[in-house]
Design a binder for this molecule. Sequence first.
Ligand SMILES: Nc1ncnc2c1ncn2[C@@H]1O[C@H](COP(=O)(O)OP(=O)(O)OP(=O)(O)O)[C@@H](O)[C@H]1O
Length: 242
Amino acid sequence: MSTASTTILETRGIAAAYGHAQVLFGVDVTLRAGEVVALMGRNGAGKSTTLKAIMGVVPSQAGTVTFEGQDVTGWQPYRIARLGLGYVPEDRRIFTDLTVYENLEVGRKSAAGSPGKEPWSLDRLFAIFPNLAEMKGRRASAMSGGEQQMLTIARTLMGNPHAVLLDEPSEGLAPVIVEQMADAVLAMKAQGIAVLLSEQNLYFASAVSDRAYVIEKGAIRYEGTTEDLEANDEIREAYLSV
Ligand SMILES: Nc1ncnc2c1ncn2[C@@H]1O[C@H](COP(=O)(O)OP(=O)(O)OP(=O)(O)O)[C@@H](O)[C@H]1O
């Protein structure tokens, strides 16, 4: 049984580049069981690349990624996903020709090693995403961006992950949908899923996260509770847009 202090995901010194342009310079991030952690920073700071490097979507040139005690550095994304790490990228990769229901069925798979955990069912998902329940038969192409974002997360949960990486879940969402998104993240946490999310919105991050890292130019500049971050004018002004 994991406790709040068990490390579920850890990066040590990860570096990554696009061609000759290095964008991550030794990033250390830890996610413990049961936590929601925000990776904050301005546009281009390296948030998405950090999540991609964890997931093996971009190769890390240095450093290590450990998931549930296993060194997964250099693994293919599908293998990491199979271990139980879900990933929701910024671009919503849903099937627009399929209905909400069909998209969720496509996501159904069992992740390794979640003993005693009930697999996600559509009923459980719809309890967390009531708006999706109301539009089960709708094609994804006829949904708003925010609804598609919810669907992407719901579909990831159908894979029964133990932890999830969420890339900018609140980006571009109307305020009412941002609130629903915050509820969904908290519901995931209540179900025992650890979440590492990238975020620019301090309001959203504080509503859902226990701790935050601030990244700038590909390196972590601050680490602390979201409360401390909110109270730290210097860090906020230097590295965040708020
Ligand atoms: N596919 C790519 N090819 C080349 N450079 C890239 C690519 N993706 C990102 N970059 C560059 O890498 C740096 C980090 O980008 P990244 O997307 O990780 O930032 P971010 O903090 O997630 O910002 P955003 O909120 O804009 O997504 C930026 O300078 C960006 O221009």
